[in-house]
Design a protein around this ligand. Structure first.
Ligand code: M6R
Length: 357
């Protein structure tokens, strides 16, 4: 039940700190160390390449998960949109492991790929919020999100839960192969949960940003580099699906290859600046769009902020920033939809589970 909340989406956004703490707890052993079913750790470590298959928000989580797994566990990962997989089936490695990410566990496009790869004799792991769901039952292994039911069509807490579980999967499999992470993942995820709480308390500021940038606009761009690009894709999807504003996420460096032609006087450009190694470049991209009349809204990580930034995220470990930086984007979308009189929890033309291919 949504209780005193006006919408499920807002309630589910607010549940994110709790869900993150629950995930940490669920994947800890008696000594407080992260752990999971050894059969899953073995399956990942026995594979020579991981193939993540998903749709929509879950696909965006997969893009971030690829970074965790490749950087920490040193395992190559490909991420595929489920509906395209069978037309563009990649040349598979010798020992592939498929990872299906699906909040509902019922998405037909993802299931079609699962059926196909099982016929080929390959193993699958499903990361889902719904125990006993089709994708969970039909895969060899399951990792649960422990996010509680997600009712709003726009996925919020499932996305951050997917990132949390993927981070734990990367950390645990790295450890099992003797790779040292150089930071304390449990501690850093705890810091993320605290940062999420701080962000959820800044709703007024987000409502203000939504009003300022999005109340009358026809379109909006999200830009970022590296992992911020992936979070920008998710921010754009969220805004599109509930506010009906045309929104696109772009890699900062790709803008000048065409998209910059769309920038007009006043076009909102939401830029994420959470990564030190690309901070100068993304700020260069903001200057490029601002010079063409855009209305930039920079969201920066504490420590990287500059004078004109619109919002500063609390400090979290640089590789875990997507877990925090997506929250302002979720809230901005929520308020933009609200201001524009849209049905936040049940956007037009959409269903919670997409059970047709
Ligand atoms: O249940 P799934 O995670 O498989 O769903 C995949 C997409 O349909 C879903 O993430 C969709 O993109 C959401 N409405 C996004 O908010």
């Amino acid at each position: 039940e949504k209780g005193t909340y006006p919408h499920y989406m807002l309630k589910e956004i607010d549940e994110q700190p709790l869900v993150m703490r629950k995930i940490i707890q669920k994947y800890q052993d008696d000594q407080g160390k992260l752990s999971m079913d050894p059969a899953i750790v073995d399956a990942v470590n026995a594979a020579d390449r991981l193939y993540i298959v998903a749709c929509g928000t879950s696909y965006h989580a997969g893009l971030v998960g690829k970074q965790f797994i490749e950087k920490w566990a040193k395992k190559p990962v490909e991420v595929h949109v489920a509906s395209e997989f069978s037309y563009n089936m990649p040349i598979l490695s010798e020992k592939p492991l498929f990872i299906f990410i699906s909040q509902s566990g019922e998405t037909a496009d993802s299931r079609a790929v699962l059926v196909q790869i099982k016929e080929l004799g390959y193993q699958a792991l499903t990361i889902t919020n719904v125990p006993g769901s089709t994708l969970s039952r039909e895969a060899n292994h399951t990792l649960l999100l422990h996010a509680g039911p997600e009712i709003a069509v726009a996925s919020t807490k499932a996305y951050t839960a997917q990132l949390g579980v993927l981070a734990i999967l990367a950390a645990v499999t790295a450890e099992a192969r003797g790779i040292d992470l150089s930071f304390d993942i449990v501690k850093e995820m705890g810091i993320v949960a605290n940062a999420m709480e701080v962000l959820c308390d800044q709703k007024e500021e987000m409502e203000y940003i939504a009003r300022e940038y999005l109340s009358t606009t026809r379109n909006c761009f999200f830009i970022g580099r590296s992992v911020d690009y992936y979070v920008g894709l998710e921010g754009a999807l969220k805004l599109k699906e509930i506010s009906y504003i045309q929104a696109e996420g772009f890699a900062g460096g790709e803008l000048k290859h065409g998209t910059i032609a769309l920038i007009e006087n006043g076009t909102p450009v939401i830029a994420l600046a959470t990564q030190e190694h690309v901070n100068l470049s993304i700020r260069g991209n903001v200057k490029e769009v601002a010079a063409r009349g855009a209305n930039p809204c920079i969201i920066a990580l504490k420590g990287l902020e500059e004078e004109d930034d619109r919002f500063v995220l609390p400090a979290v470990h640089e590789e875990l920033t997507p877990l925090a930086s997506v929250i302002p984007l979720q809230l901005i979308s929520y308020y933009a939809a609200l201001h524009r009189g849209c049905d936040v929890d049940k956007p037009r033309n959409l269903a919670k589970s997409v059970t047709v291919e």
